[in-house]
Structure formats: structure tokens, C-alpha cells
Design a protein around this ligand. Sequence first.
Ligand code: PMP
Length: 408
Amino acid sequence: MLNPYKKDFPLLAKTYQGKPLIYFDNAATTQKPEAVLKAMERYYIEENSNPYRGLYDLSTKATESYEHARKKTAEFINGKPVEIIFTRNTTESINLIAYSYGREFLTKGDEVVVAISEHHSNILPWQQITKEKGAKLTYLYVNALGQIPEEEIEKKITKKVKIVAIAQVSNVLGTIHPVRYIIEKAHKKGAVVVLDCAQSIPHYPLDVKKLNVDFAVFSGHKMLGPMGIGVLYGKEELLLKMPPFLTGGEMIESVSEQAATFAPLPQKFEAGTVNVGGAVGLSEAISYINRVGYDTIQKIEHELTDYALNQLAGIPEVTVYGESVVSNYRSGVISFNVNGIHPHDTASILDADGIAVRAGHHCAQPLMKYMKLAATCRISFYFYNTLEEVDAFVKSLSNVRRWLNNGN
Ligand code: PMP
């Protein structure tokens, strides 16, 4: 399969361990197309200066580039520019919501609901803030396929619940959760919903208005952009009611010895010098994704996932966790183990063949414990991967199996 996109990614042209690099750790971070690298380079060469502060032209240019990135991000998810707060990553976005909205609006006896399959970054902030406020953290438990049963949603999302925080796609099992249904249920009970889109927005379009979601968060680095830039979308009426998270320069209107008034949205939530280069990179990443198109991205990933799942199903020593077939409930993240081999060893053997995969608990220890797993290997696709790479991966897995049969 000739992949027309691969050539746009300089790192994918490199050899790795003396072989062509096969990069199957896209759920951790994606590779960056040349267009993104060039846009960031251009910003640093031509416009680098501290935005907002200077009255000189260079600073105005940096401000314009930063605000252009905000506008682009808003259009991408169908929000308004004032509803886009740039953060460092998904983790910081969720912390902002927990320590601002959660601290302001949670009271004793309230509940926050997350799924057992959440990434630690969508668990720990809620653990901390519920403890601080005397509220309770409860979990939606998944079935063996990683799906959240409807009865679980009915049972757990009660009138006591003030916040539901859920990933649209699981970073371990690739499960696509019924977020539209969860948002409707939560709103009926008076709760707000925080949608963790870290694993969904690289692959599926997000329309915050259509979903009527209260908050949506994601990381630039998982969608072709650079590390160090993340997004928090919040409905304007909610952001207006929330106190600042971090305080300091650039987020104020005026400061006296003992008090301060804060800047309007979105600056109220962007304390200190912002990451203009990162925002420029994210903006270019959005342009790249728009050029490829989500339909094409999904078509390629669907084919890759279907092919890989079929290949893995044919290897008796391999156990795949979660859904074993591609469906509307499954994305291109596949967790598996080679029976009797530690996943770290499997990953090391694959690495020697130039194949980068993840092994471990994937920052989801509660899910691992719930599924009685210590660790898994994980492959995760993006649209620049190919069926030939899947073939090479399956071939390399036979080395792991040979190792197993030798009783090493
Ligand atoms: N949520 C999910 C579902 C994730 O997969 C990840 C990253 N693996 C995160 C949150 C955290 O993202 P970041 O490290 O960029 O903050």
C-alpha cells in the first residue's frame, strides 16, 4: 500500500536500529509533518517576541500569530475563540477544570464520576479535589470489551453528581465511549461533562456545539503538533463563572498591594508568557489534518486496525484485550500480550526490529487492576502507517514466540 503521507514526516524516513522505523506508538505522541516544523521555525526566525507585552511591531506579529491559532482551534471544534484556553497539555487542562470549576462548585456530599478506564490525568485531579471538598469520586465500570454498559450510566449518574469526566476514546483498549448519551444523561441530572479528547481528536472530528459538551480537552502533540501546547475548550458561560487557576503576569486587569482584578476571557486562564511557537505548530497541524480529512484518516486506520486484529487473531500465543473486531466502538489502539512473555520483553524484541510499541500500564493503573493485568503491549496507528508495517510487526512477533518456545 503506497502511503502518500509518509513522505511528509522527516523522522519516518530515518532508519532506526538499522531498519526503516515502524512507529506504532501514536497514542503516546504522533510524528510531526514538515509543514508543522517549518511553521514553527518560521515563527522563531521571523516573529519571535513576547506577545501582548510589546507595543512594537514584532510583538504585535507574535500576538497575531497566537490569536490566529486560537481562532483556528475554535473553528476546528466549532467553538468560539474566547472559549479556547491554551494550556501545556490535556493533563494541565483537566487540572485547570478541577482546581477552578471543581473548587468553586463542588460541595460536601457531591459526586464526580469518571470511568475506570481513564488515564491517570483524568483521575488524579478529581481524587485531589473531591478529597479537598469532601465530595466523592465514583467510577463507571467497563465490561470485558472495555465498554460502559447503559445500566452503569443509569445507576451512577444520579442527582448527586456534579461533574462527569470521561475520555471519548480509551488509550488502553481503544474503546469509543457513548459520550453523546453520557452528556445527555449528565445534563438531565444537572451535572457538567468534561470530555477527554486526547485519543479521539487525532482521529475523529469534534463538534462541541453539536455534542453540547461543557468542557473538552486535548494535547497538540497527539495530533501532529508539538509538545507543550494543549487545549481547554469550555462553554463561555461556565468559564466566566470560574476563578483563575494560575495567577501572575498577563492574566490581570489591575493589581494593587493586596488585591487584583482579572483579565477577560481567555487571558484570565493564561498566566505568564504563553507558548506562541507551540500554538503556531498546533495551528499548522490542524491545517494538515484538514487537508488529509478525517474521512481519509478513518478509512486508512480502519483498514490497518482490521488487518492487524485479523493477523493477531491468527496467532494462538497472542491475547488481545477489548474488542477483537473493528466497529463503531473501537479505534486503532490495540492492547495485547504474548502469553508467558513480559510485555517489556516483547517491546524490546520488537524494538530490535525497528518497531516502536508501548509496554506498561499506560497511565491507567485502576483499569489494569480491574482487568487483573500487570501490563500490556500496545500498538496504536495513525494515517501514515501501512499494511506492510503491520506485516513486519507480525513477522517480528514470531521472534517473540520463538523465544517463548525455546523456553528462554
Ligand atoms: N488522556 C488520555 C486518554 C491520554 O491518552 C493521555 C496521554 N496518553 C492523556 C490524557 C494525557 O495527555 P498529556 O500527557 O498530553 O497531558
